[in-house]
Design a binder for this molecule. Structure first.
Ligand SMILES: Nc1nc2c(ncn2[C@@H]2O[C@H](COP(=O)(O)OP(=O)(O)OP(=O)(O)O)[C@@H](O)[C@H]2O)c(=O)[nH]1
Ligand SMILES: [Mg+2]
Length: 294
């Protein structure tokens, strides 16, 4: 079985508190020039500079195995994300998807060696909608305006080779105490023991300000060394009556995450309504999968 090894040492660090500030914030969106040496070095660089030194870029960009940070140029960064595409990226097309089963407990989940991605996030963040958007099927995963729609662990087999896993949301205020307890024991059972878990796609609603419960969840996953990709949802909601725009909320969220993570995990902006980020996310997942598979 493949191991979760060096790929994720760049992607995810066990959270730590640091007094240093990560001021080199270059959102990939605004990252429109090739990274020349002068872009990343100080003005006191010698006239004949040595080969590029280790840069601070991985604090901003997610640089996969097979790519040296100094090799990164604009064309390698997925739009609307901090994700660099490297040699492990492969065929990201969806050729078929089938619902396999719903499980009430982690130990009832499919028992085979296929890699899987867990879709996690607050109730109503858009987990089921993201699955539908990724596989381009309207209602393979059931969605609802009311939070708490997905109650079980649902496995969807993609291309007969890997799983997307739709999970119940957390943070549903109206859930009973018993349901909240169940959710918490489920997280332990599933996330800590699922050997085939390639990464968690942690969905964050970009139409609202950073929520403590999401940050707590990210920190819990980080502490347990579980690889995360932050998937910002509802990025189409540009016109909010009050409050900030999605891009501003995302920036605020990242500022907080940066205080806990030595190196920022991969992140990507999506909308299940417009399809923004769909192809990019699939490509990112292909490189995670191919690395895991080798
Ligand atoms: N504007 C917009 N609405 C979205 C997006 N994604 C989901 N929604 C809406 O948000 C609501 C919740 O979507 P779901 O996909 O059911 O959310 P969920 O996270 O699966 O919710 P639970 O199963 O209850 O945990 C639905 O009304 C969706 O139509 C998006 O990208 N943009
Ligand atoms: Mg759902």
């Amino acid at each position: 079985m493949a191991l979760r090894t060096p790929f994720f040492t760049l992607a995810l660090q066990i959270p730590f508190r640091s007094s240093s500030s990560f001021s080199l914030t270059v959102p990939a969106k605004t990252f429109r020039r090739p990274l020349s040496h002068s872009t990343i070095s100080s003005s006191s660089a010698p006239a004949n500079p040595p080969p590029p030194p280790p840069t601070l870029l991985p604090t901003v960009l997610f640089v996969p195995p097979g790519v040296e940070p100094h090799q990164v140029n604009e064309s390698m960064v997925l739009p609307g994300s901090n994700i660099v595409i490297g040699p492990y990226a492969g065929d990201a097309r969806i050729k078929g998807v089938e619902f396999v089963k719903s499980s009430g407990r982690a130990r009832d989940c499919p028992k085979d060696d296929r890699p899987e991605f867990a879709i996690l996030g607050r109730s109503n963040v858009g987990k089921s909608s993201l699955i539908n958007a990724l596989v381009r099927k309207k209602e393979i995963a059931l969605t609802s305006k009311k939070p708490g729609k997905t109650q079980l662990i649902n496995h969807f087999l993609v291309n007969k080779s890997w799983y997307l896993v739709d999970l119940p949301g957390y943070g549903f205020a109206k859930a009973s105490e018993a349901a909240k307890m169940d959710w918490s024991s489920f997280t332990k059972g599933y996330f800590l023991n699922r050997d085939t878990l390639v990464a968690v796609l942690l969905l964050i609603d970009a139409s609202v300000p950073p929520q403590k419960i999401d940050l707590d969840c990210a920190n819990w996953l980080g502490r347990n060394n579980i690889p995360i990709t932050f998937v910002f949802t509802k990025c189409d909601k540009m016109k909010v009556a009050k409050g900030k725009r999605p891009d501003e909320n995302i920036k605020d969220f990242q500022e907080i995450i940066r205080q806990n993570y030595k190196i920022h995990p991969p992140w990507i902006m999506t909308s299940s309504v417009t399809g923004t980020g769909r192809d990019e996310l699939l490509l990112h997942m292909s490189q995670l999968r191919n690395y895991w598979d080798q």
